[in-house]
Design a protein around this ligand. Structure first.
Ligand code: GLP
Length: 244
């Protein structure tokens, strides 16, 4: 769907998340959310915070799994996705800390594989992700599944693309400070979600959105694999939809 602007689209996505949470509450169940970082979902999180503060939406039955984290990364570093999620969402709502899952950027190298396997198992243990939010990077990555990622890939350690590192360089005060690696859910992990919402705003994303939506399936543009899933919806503002 194409919306007039980012704010309207974000409010709508937040509303859908809220309905999912409430319907799970009514069934006495947990809602399992897959969450993304970056600038794209920030207004969705703002609206969720507003719904919590002004309309009493509770997150007590919510379990979250974040897509990715830089590696190595300390959780209290300025650029960590742990800090990002706390500042943009978690510290403002009533989610239980034990229900929050984010790939651990502090692991010893030899412990990563086991961690990734357990991350997958933990998601499955909750019955899978009900709703996965995605942004898209200019390389066509989702999470940090860079060009070359296989459609059945699982949670793993990956090497970041140069363009991704350049795009992140402002946050890190120079490209040299951007980690070369990250831990990310795989495309296969993302695919298992019952519902997937990919959001993109701004003209800067128009050409990659066109490739993702209309391009030939290829691991050169990992987001093209989303065309294979019937559970994916692209939510765009007019500018990101410009080339479609
Ligand atoms: C990072 C994140 C992705 C995100 C992408 C786009 O690389 N790992 O999950 O989708 O950036 O970022 P932004 O939303 O800031 O454009």
């Amino acid at each position: 769907s194409v919306y007039s602007d980012e704010q309207t689209a974000s409010v709508d996505v937040a509303k859908r998340i809220a309905s999912l949470i409430i319907s799970k509450q009514e069934q006495g169940k947990q809602a399992v959310l897959g969450l993304a970082t970056g600038a794209t979902p920030v207004k969705v999180y703002k609206e969720l915070i507003r719904l919590h503060k002004e309309e009493g939406l509770s997150f007590k039955n919510v379990v979250t799994f974040n897509l990715d984290e830089y590696y190595p990364m300390k959780p209290d570093a300025d650029q960590s996705y742990v800090r990002f999620m706390n500042e943009n969402l978690f510290s403002h709502i009533d989610i239980a800390p034990e229900n929050i899952n984010i790939p651990n950027g502090e692991l010893a190298r030899e412990d990563i594989e086991d961690f990734c396997l357990k991350y997958e198992q933990k998601i499955s243990g909750f019955g899978g992700i009900d709703l996965q939010l995605l942004g898209i990077g200019r390389t066509g990555h989702i999470g940090f599944n860079e060009p070359g990622s296989a459609p059945n890939s699982g949670t793993r350690l990956v090497t970041l693309d140069d363009l991704t590192r350049r795009d992140a360089s402002r946050d890190f005060g120079g490209v040299a400070n951007v980690p070369t690696k990250a831990i990310t859910m795989g495309i296969g992990t993302i695919f298992k979600a019952k519902e997937i919402i990919l959001m993109a705003w701004n003209e800067k994303k128009a050409s990659i959105v066109k490739k993702a939506v209309e391009g030939e399936l290829s691991s050169d543009v990992p987001a093209t694999f989303l065309q294979l899933s019937p559970n994916v919806e692209f939510i765009l503002d007019q500018d990101a939809a410009l080339s479609l």
